[in-house]
Design a protein around this ligand. Structure first.
Ligand SMILES: [Zn+2]
Length: 355
């Protein structure tokens, strides 16, 4: 293995990330998990983002933006590791710590000339597993979800929008941080005077398949929702938000994954060749958004895994007008807050520096 490979420094990096975005799969299990909202094209979902306190005192962010490498399929190890590039771990710096990223970067570099490398790259590349907890204000597809706490998979483009609007972060290269008066800050989470997030789901046809495309936008007026921070914290425990989704992998686990899963499949492909019996139509079993012919190594992947984001899904619609957050934002930084909210206590406890 080339120890000098640095995925951050290669021009291929952006192309690789683009490919990852394009092939992002939404659902990690074939079994429907009742804790989750299932996005369906043509529908609108209005939610209040929740920031539950982490009972294990590890999570510093409201959501769990986790990136994994997985080895799933017939005859595979069915294991996964959390990539240290996950937002809550080391971000982009994590590439240097991740031997699986190093391998998939090498596979990517060789994928133009080697079918084996192409297949290995598709199998072991990073995949997003972004989860947030929300209070459902309205779900046009499933009204019985209204008024419930649920988990929500966050598509990459929506996640970028949230990081930018809530924290002001630059989410694309060359982008400047959002001006403070456009940052929505903690008002995204307030239960008594906060901003709902609206997500519209549409269908997008591309030459490589049919995809869900998401547009997310904070509502222009604040509202209140009939729950307290204590309700949110309790719901997070019941939904096992941290227990099931905040995961890390040790260096040893990452190295084991490389040795066993990655090197195992590499050897198998080199000896037996890449399987040719793959039938993309099998992925499309009754799921309009399942077509993802690019995932060519995934004959055994459950059909429900097909929901994907196209790069254009990252073009999350910019709000027509900024919610009136400037007063809220500046009042917490320039003027002493009038009354400490429950969320303030959570933020304080987390050591979160309030904007
Ligand atoms: Zn990695």
């Amino acid at each position: 293995m080339n120890n000098e490979f640095d995925v951050n420094a290669t021009p291929q990096f952006d192309a690789m990330i683009g490919a990852v975005n394009q092939k992002h799969t939404e659902d990690e299990a074939a079994i429907r998990d009742e804790r989750f909202i299932y996005f369906k094209t043509g529908n609108s979902y209005r939610v209040r983002l929740c920031w539950p306190i982490d009972p294990f005192n590890r999570r510093q962010s409201p959501w769990i933006f986790r990136v994994i490498h997985e080895d799933r399929g017939a005859g595979r190890t069915n294991t996964e590791i959390t990539c240290p590039t996950s937002d809550y771990l080391m971000g982009r710096r994590g590439f240097r710590a991740c031997k699986a990223c190093e391998c998939s970067g090498n596979f990517y570099n060789d994928s133009k000339t080697s079918k084996v490398s192409e297949e290995l790259y598709n199998h072991f590349r990073r995949q997003y597993r972004y989860v947030a907890m929300v209070y459902v204000v309205s779900d046009s597809l499933t009204p019985k979800n209204n008024g419930k706490f649920m988990l929500m998979r966050v598509p990459k483009g929506v996640a970028d929008y949230l990081n930018r609007r809530v924290f002001g972060w630059a989410t694309k290269s060359g982008e400047l941080p959002l001006p403070l008066d456009r940052v929505i800050g903690k008002s995204a989470f307030l239960t008594d005077n906060g901003y709902d997030l609206n997500i519209d789901v549409a269908t997008e046809q591309t030459p490589s398949g049919t995809y869900n495309s998401y547009s997310a936008e904070f509502m222009p007026q604040p509202t209140s929702v009939p729950v307290t921070q204590a309700d949110i914290n309790r719901a997070a425990l019941e939904l096992k938000f941290d227990e099931d989704f905040y995961k890390t992998s040790t260096q040893e686990e990452i190295e084991n994954f490389v040795k066993t899963a990655i090197m195992g499949l590499k050897m198998e492909y080199e000896i037996n060749g890449v399987p040719t019996d793959f039938d993309p139509s099998k992925l499309d079993q009754g799921n309009v958004n399942a077509a993802n012919p690019n995932v060519s190594s995934s004959a055994a992947v459950p059909p429900v895994m097909g929901g994907t984001d196209t790069p254009s899904a990252a073009a999350v619609s910019a709000p027509q007008s900024a919610p009136a957050t400037s007063a809220t934002v500046s009042s917490s930084s320039a003027v002493p807050p009038k009354g400490k909210t429950e969320l303030d206590s959570v933020l304080e406890e987390l050591g979160f520096k309030n904007k």
